[in-house]
Design a protein around this ligand. Structure first.
Ligand SMILES: [Fe+2]
Length: 467
């Protein structure tokens, strides 16, 4: 029989998701941190209880329910494709900066991908937990850097210089904070984790459309196409989620109350910002104004008084970020920006992007894309070759085609007895039991660690040991 731990009462004051996220993003919390994240989870579960869900009332209906949803999503996607063939515009992304805005705002969630399952690694010798552990290992790419979901997303953000996400509003941290809070409190929130996983791992329509439109915009969609295959309802994570629930639910005593907690966990998926709300929250001009306002602070005293616009110095314009919309309008009026034309026709653009540009390096690739799209609006999207998908090996010379590593010791470590990888191999080799080895390895497979060289290696070793 699985022991059930019940949640503590919610504290009166609301806990910030961003604060919880930051406190858990570096690794396991101390006692105070755990109490804080637990309080956050209790609050979020209370919020989730107010929501509606479409889960069937009977466990036995779960398989047909999932199959029916997958069928509907497939039909809706075919209808979407047909509409595109008939000339309909993109449904999600109005231009490339819209898509990059989405990548940036989804970053706090995507960079802890799979975290909610971390706490189950300790149950490696219980066959009923295997579907969930396998799902976690697959999120980690089985320790292969080119397949590790967090590394893939980091690479995607870096390619477009979208990694400036740390100061986003609280709502963008909510899903990530939930996932991290579940990661480090698995014994207390086990039914909720099973329910959360069930909701997270169903293949949604928006994932299919996102992948299609990113590709269309020349942005590598691999992170998203990968999830289309791993989440499939036949053999993928969606099916494993149902299998785990079916195996584990009878092992709790009171099935009615546990089923309710599973439902609450499922509903946690609907809190905070989600794919569709991020996409609909984009406004090109607002994003440009925000970018320029953020620059204004550092640029306010960097210009000489000879730089004047509409009778005022640039330093005066930048002294108050509230004036940015008027400043953009003044740039247009003065002819520094030629809207609706190629950006190269605009003097302001040439200050940013030209040989010996005076403001070269001031705007990131993402910020330049926003400015470019704003200048040329409405624009035709240029088609250009999708970016190469391969990742650097991060010092671990392995490719997906090479498959899972065969030997724990001989295949991984650099030939250097002082390297951390080599030391880990030696340490594991000296441990007296499989249990001790697994316990050590799982400390390196936290959401904070699993995508680093040592964590990747620990994942590969864990994978071999439990098989
Ligand atoms: Fe993933």
């Amino acid at each position: 029989m699985l022991q059930l731990a019940y949640a503590v009462p919610a504290p009166a004051a609301l806990t910030s998701a961003a604060a919880v996220y930051r406190s858990l993003n570096d690794g396991p919390p101390d006692a105070d941190g755990l109490a804080n994240s637990r309080a956050f989870m209790v609050q979020r579960l209370q919020a989730a209880q107010q929501l509606h869900d479409e889960l069937p009332s009977q466990l036995s209906q779960l398989g047909p329910w999932m199959a029916s949803r997958a069928f509907t999503v497939g039909m809706e996607y075919q209808a979407y494709l047909q509409s595109r063939r008939e000339g309909a515009p993109r449904r999600f992304f109005s231009n490339q900066s819209h898509a990059l805005y989405f990548l940036k705002h989804a970053a706090p969630t995507k960079l802890v991908d799979g975290a909610w399952l971390y706490g189950l690694l300790a149950r490696w010798d219980d066959p009923d937990f295997r579907p969930l552990i396998q799902t976690y290992l697959e999120e980690l790419g089985d320790g292969v850097p080119e397949k590790n979901h967090v590394l893939l997303y980091k690479k995607l953000l870096a390619a477009h210089e979208c990694d400036n996400w740390h100061e986003l509003p609280d709502t963008y941290f909510e899903q990530g904070a939930i996932q991290l809070a579940l990661a480090y409190d698995a014994d207390r929130f086990l039914p909720e984790i099973i329910g959360y996983n069930l909701g997270y791992e169903q293949l949604p329509l928006h994932l299919l459309i996102t992948a299609y439109e990113l590709n269309e915009l020349g942005i590598d969609p691999y992170y998203f196409t990968l999830h289309i295959t791993v989440d499939n309802g036949s053999t993928g994570h969606a099916q494993k989620a149902v299998q785990a629930l079916t195996q584990l639910l009878p092992r709790f005593g009171d099935s009615a109350s546990v089923w309710q907690r599973v439902r609450d966990g499922y509903r946690l998926n609907d809190l905070g910002a989600c794919t569709t709300s991020i996409i609909s929250g984009f406004d090109l001009e607002t994003e440009l104004v925000d970018i320029m306002a953020a620059k204004a602070h550092t640029g306010a005293n960097m210009h000489s008084d000879y730089c004047r616009l509409a009778g005022r110095s640039i330093n005066e314009w930048l002294s108050d970020p509230q004036q940015i919309p008027q400043m953009l309008a003044a740039l247009e009026t003065a002819g520094w920006i030629q809207r609706g034309q190629p950006p190269e026709n605009s003097r302001f653009w040439r200050l940013i992007q030209s040989e010996r540009a005076e403001m070269f390096g001031v705007f990131s690739a993402y910020e330049q894309q926003v400015l470019r799209d704003w200048i040329v609006t409405p624009k035709r999207v240029p088609s250009f070759r999708a970016r190469q998908r391969s990742l650097d090996t991060l010092g671990l010379h392995q490719t997906p085609r090479q498959g899972a590593p065969r030997g724990i010791v001989r295949h991984h470590a650099q030939d250097n007895s002082t390297s951390p990888l080599r030391q880990l191999e030696q340490q594991v080799a000296t441990l007296g039991s499989k249990q001790a080895a697994v316990q050590l390895l799982q400390t390196l497979m936290t959401p904070a660690q699993h995508h680093r060289p040592l964590g990747l290696m620990a994942t590969r070793m864990y994978r071999q040991l439990i098989n």
